[in-house]
Design a binder for this molecule. Structure first.
Ligand code: FES
Length: 105
């Protein structure tokens, strides 16, 4: 199973979907550019901002109020914005595509 991270310039990176890990852990483990995960997954740094493609929003769910507060500070906050550290990888996410914002905090 894989998850694809697409940079704002269109460059895409595939990573192995490891069930039970957060998408931030998967991204940093695969050295995906633009995902730093500075706070270690506490929804407190905003360096793991991803934008979920429309067809996947029901699978990943919506941002929690804590996430939204953090994401609101991003110049690229969109309705599909999430913090990757708050999404836990599940089997159903095989093939998931996430866009990376142009300006990662
Ligand atoms: Fe810091 Fe996600 S890793 S907000």
């Amino acid at each position: 199973a894989t998850v694809t991270f697409v940079e704002s310039d269109g460059t895409s990176h595939e990573a192995d979907l490891v069930e039970g890990e957060s998408l931030m852990q998967i991204a940093t483990g695969s050295a995906i550019p633009g995902i730093d995960g500075d706070c270690g997954g506490e929804a407190a740094c905003g360096t793991c901002h991803v934008i979920v493609s429309d067809e996947w929003v029901t699978t990943t769910g919506k941002a929690t109020p804590v996430e939204t507060q953090m994401l609101d500070m991003s110049p690229e906050c969109s309705p599909n914005s999430r913090l990757a550290c708050q999404i836990v990888a599940a089997k159903a996410m095989d093939g998931l595509t996430l866009r990376l914002p142009e300006f990662q905090m």
